[in-house]
Design a protein around this ligand. Structure first.
Ligand code: ADP
Ligand code: MG
Length: 643
């Protein structure tokens, strides 16, 4: 999986998660605010419904009171009957009252406006009349009346009250198939004797049967939810008798009125059993409504039914859905936009990876001149620059190693050819020189020599000895002298060399300091030859410090090698000479003082040991020679490898 792919995937996950969370929060919030708002409104609508409901009873009461007031001055029962009759005729068409009658203080009917011929009947048990007879004050309210009682008043009323129950899902189970009571809403007013306010003459009573009386519920609906939306009423009102709809404008599936259907059991418990107000979303008949219910009580306080108002949920969920869809579309488009932006950004950010890879491949294939080249203005730019700097460093190092190797090779070649020449010449010179020296010695032994002769012979012997030393050096250099290699401790060799140098009075002003690794492992070589090397280097160092200084000799183990450094604080070597010091016969010392063979011989010896000799120097500051030798076991390994 590419970095770009993974980055994109990770960011998409983060963004989607964030947006999903945001969406859930916003949608829930919109839902809550919306529904809460609507639910509050419906809850208030229930109060309006109650006002309309109670208002109807009050309306009856007020009418009855106008009749009573007409008879404040003189009371004539016949006139009272006439007035009640007139009142009834005027309100009957307006569907304010279904029945109106006069009752004497004993509760017996004395006149029925809706049925003038029938004066039988006892109304003392009527809850409103009973209340007036007891309290002597006007009363209003709703109560349940049995069907037979209604039949006595008017068979039509009994027929209206007798509603068949309709099977309703979620309603409380019941065995009843029809209603055998009706819900009556009415008012009763006491009428007193003109001259004696304590003498009750009659009670005027008016009432309406609410069953299938749609004017009231329609009035409630119109009061609360004025205009229908698109010809359809979104608000509903219902009067329940018990849990049965007896007057409603909630439509059935067939668009009729849903009377006979029943309340859901949940609402039944809350409203009819517990007497609480229920305000929530509810499924009513065949649609979701935002509803509110409250109980209807009779004058004794018993719950006889419920008043309901509801708003169809759809018109409210519609705009809500529009808002949510709009919001989701916005989220979707911003997710898309973010993703596009992100992928562009990531592409731009990771653009340098391709050139970096290309450059790396070229370097791997050996092209050290390859560079990334580009410099984006961010961390990637810093990375590209660092990679290019690294390539520069690698190229530089490679060039240096090449140069060094080249130097070493040419040095070795030079030494090899000079060595062959020197060996030939040395052989030729060595034999006659031995002759000269032998005969000079013999001559010096002669008894009759003068002092001058003796001195001359001494010069011959000394100079010849010096020449022999040079020749011997040449032979050493040409590796003509045999070497005997054995395991040896380099520290011992160093100590022997120091002893020899320290004995030289010429170097009294020089302090010698050593830091030798006591744990230094053994190495393998010819002790005499190695002593010669160390001695050569120490002598060179001392000769470089004619007026004194410090000679420091260190030994240590680095990896598979023993490293010895010989450092002086002498005159140093100028850069031009630094390349030449290992050349045979290169010397900066006066004739007779230096042979120019010390370093080239030492170099040859170390080469023959599989070791190295290197020099670092700063003019007028000092010089450091570093010689390295293989450890004993490594040396053996080296030999077996080369055999
Ligand atoms: P020689 O000592 O006989 O001159 P070498 O081969 O030993 O020959 O040294 C060659 C030259 O290298 C010396 O003449 C001197 O110029 C230089 N040299 C060697 N060692 C040192 C040193 N420690 N300090 C300064 N110059 C040195
Ligand atoms: Mg020397």
């Amino acid at each position: 999986m590419s970095l770009r792919f993974r980055l994109t995937l990770g960011l998409i996950a983060v963004i989607l998660l964030a947006y999903a969370f945001l969406s859930v929060v916003v949608i829930q919030h919109v839902n809550r605010v919306f529904l809460h708002e609507v639910q509050n409104r419906v809850r208030l609508d229930l109060n309006s419904a109650r006002r309309v409901f109670d208002g109807h009873a009050k309306q009856i009461l007020e009418r009855l009171e106008t009749v009573r007031d007409l008879h404040q001055t003189e009371l004539n029962i016949q006139h009272l009957k006439d007035d009640i009759h007139n009142l009834f005729s005027s309100v009957q068409n307006k569907k304010i009252c279904d029945l109106m009658l006069l009752v004497n203080p004993e509760g017996e009917v004395i006149f029925r406006a809706h049925q003038p011929d029938n004066t039988s009947g006892d109304y003392s048990q009527n809850p409103l009349v009973e209340q007036v007879l007891q309290t002597r004050a006007p009363a209003t309210g709703a109560f349940l009346a049995p069907l037979d009682q209604l039949t006595v008043e008017n068979p039509e009323l009994a027929a209206r009250a007798n509603i068949q129950l309709i099977e309703t899902p979620a309603a409380k189970p019941t065995d009843a198939v029809e209603l055998n009571q009706g819900m009556v809403l009415g008012a009763a007013v006491p009428i007193y004797h003109q001259s004696d306010p304590n003498q009750l003459l009659a009670v005027a009573y008016g009432a309406i049967l609410l069953n299938r009386r749609y004017d009231l519920v329609d009035a409630i609906r119109d009061e609360i939810y004025q205009e229908p939306v698109e010809g359809k009423h979104i608000g509903m009102a219902t009067v329940f008798q018990g849990d049965v709809r007896i007057a409603t404008n909630v439509p059935t599936v067939e668009q009729g009125r849903a009377e006979g259907t029943r309340l859901s059991e949940v609402v039944y418990q809350r409203v009819l059993e517990n007497g609480e107000v229920f305000a929530d979303k509810a499924f009513v008949v065949n649609d979701w409504y935002i509803t509110a219910y409250e109980p209807i009580r009779d004058p004794s306080g018993a719950i006889i039914g419920a008043l309901y108002v509801g708003l169809l949920e759809t018109p409210f969920t519609q705009p809500q859905r529009v808002i949510i869809i709009f919001f989701l579309l916005m989220v979707l488009s911003s997710v898309l936009a973010t993703l596009i932006l992100l992928s562009l950004l990531i592409k731009r950010l990771l653009a340098p990876i391709a050139p970096i890879m290309k450059m790396a491949h070229r370097v791997i294939e050996g092209d050290l001149s390859a560079r990334v080249g580009i410099r984006p203005k961010d961390d990637m730019g810093v990375l590209c620059e660092a990679i290019d700097l690294m390539a520069d460093a690698v190229a530089q190092r490679e060039a240096m190693i090449k140069q060094h190797a080249h130097q070493q090779i040419s040095q070795s070649e030079k030494l090899a050819s000079i060595g062959r020449l020197a060996a030939g010449v040395a052989h030729e010179i060595n034999n006659p020189l031995t002759g000269v020296l032998t005969f000079a010695h013999l001559l010096r032994e002669k008894p009759n020599l003068t002092g001058q002769d003796k001195d001359d012979l001494n010069v011959i012997v000394n100079e010849t000895t010096r020449v022999r030393e040079i020749v011997r050096g040449l032979l050493d250099f040409a590796r003509e002298s045999p070497s005997k290699k054995e395991p040896l401790q380099v520290n011992d060799v160093i100590m022997r060399a120091i002893k020899l140098v320290g004995a030289n009075k010429e170097f009294r002003n020089i302090t010698i300091q050593t830091a030798l690794d006591a744990q230094l492992p053994l190495t393998y070589g010819d002790p005499n030859q190695l002593l010669q090397v160390v001695l050569n280097l120490c002598l060179n160092a001392c000769e470089a410090m004619p007026s004194g200084g410090q000679l420091t000799i260190n030994s240590e183990q680095i990896d598979d090698r023993v490293i010895v450094t010989i450092q002086d604080t002498g005159c140093g070597i100028i850069p031009d000479n630094l390349e030449k010091i290992f050349d045979p016969f290169f010397t900066t010392k006066p004739v007779g003082k230096g042979t120019g063979l010390g370093l080239s011989v030492s170099y040859g010896i170390l080469k023959a040991h599989g070791g190295m000799l290197e020099c670092e120097s700063e003019f007028n500051v000092g010089t450091t020679f570093t010689l390295s030798l293989l450890l004993e076991n490594q040396q053996e390994l080296n030999q077996t490898n080369s055999e």
